[in-house]
Design a protein around this ligand. Structure first.
Ligand SMILES: Cc1cc2nc3c(=O)[nH]c(=O)nc-3n(C[C@H](O)[C@H](O)[C@H](O)COP(=O)(O)O)c2cc1C
Length: 202
């Protein structure tokens, strides 16, 4: 299913086509595609080139591994993410390796890496759905996460499927609902935080 962004100004086609489905086909993701997707993540920019992103990968082809990762999501996410062929847990290293100072941009840089990952996935016919709804303490225990590493999100990845195949009404409705965004005046300013940029009148 396609849900292209209704843009006011023109943008890159892949950016416009990206959206977050909950319905995924059982079709496995080819290893070469996974490799390409993580190569894209690898080349994201990061503060001091620290590359603070970390990922734990689980595929349905290894059911035990997949069920473990699935159990780290909140129930509402498990209900649909259980059909995705790939789950990814994301983490950040919280201190710079060069001087052990806190890296206040770690989460920012993980976001750049996962944005790269999302767009590369789309280029290969795959979609991702990011999730904040995870069990952080469970992830720390199950995967032996060191103290200076923080679980951040999870990502479901796979080929999209029909909305009708989702198990609950709210999911089917949400899958078909229009995508919405704030107007530019809400988030682009000049001179002062309460003064929208004159370049954008919507
Ligand atoms: C960091 C992050 C956390 C999210 N957490 C969840 C989540 O736990 N469960 C869920 O169903 N969707 C989650 N989403 C998906 C958002 O709801 C979705 O991206 C947003 O509604 C915009 O829709 P679009 O991605 O289709 O444009 C998350 C997205 C991001 C980027």
């Amino acid at each position: 299913m396609e849900k292209p962004a209704e843009t006011i100004h023109s943008i890159n086609n892949l950016l416009a086509r990206r959206w977050s489905p909950r319905s995924f086909a059982s079709q496995p993701v080819e290893p070469e595609k996974l490799q390409s997707i993580f190569e894209a993540a690898r080349w994201a920019a990061s503060s001091f080139n620290e590359q603070p992103w970390r990922f734990i990968l689980a595929t349905q082809q290894n059911p035990e591994q997949f069920q473990t990762a699935l159990s780290c999501l909140v129930e509402a996410n498990q209900a649909w993410a259980s059909n995705a062929p790939v789950l990814i847990l994301t983490l950040t290293t919280d201190r710079f390796s060069r001087n052990d100072n806190p890296n206040r941009c770690a989460l920012h840089d993980l976001g750049l890496a996962t944005a790269n990952l999302s767009i590369q996935a789309l280029e290969l016919g795959l979609f991702v759905h990011h999730m904040a709804g995870i069990n952080i303490s469970k992830i720390k225990t199950i995967y032996n996460i060191p103290d200076n590493v923080t679980p951040q999100t999870a990502i479901a990845l796979g080929y999209p499927d029909l909305a009708e195949n989702l198990p609950e009404d709210w999911m089917r409705d949400s899958e078909k609902a229009p995508r919405t965004r704030n107007p530019f005046s809400h988030f682009i300013f000049e001179n002062s935080y309460d003064h929208p940029s004159h370049l954008f009148n919507k």
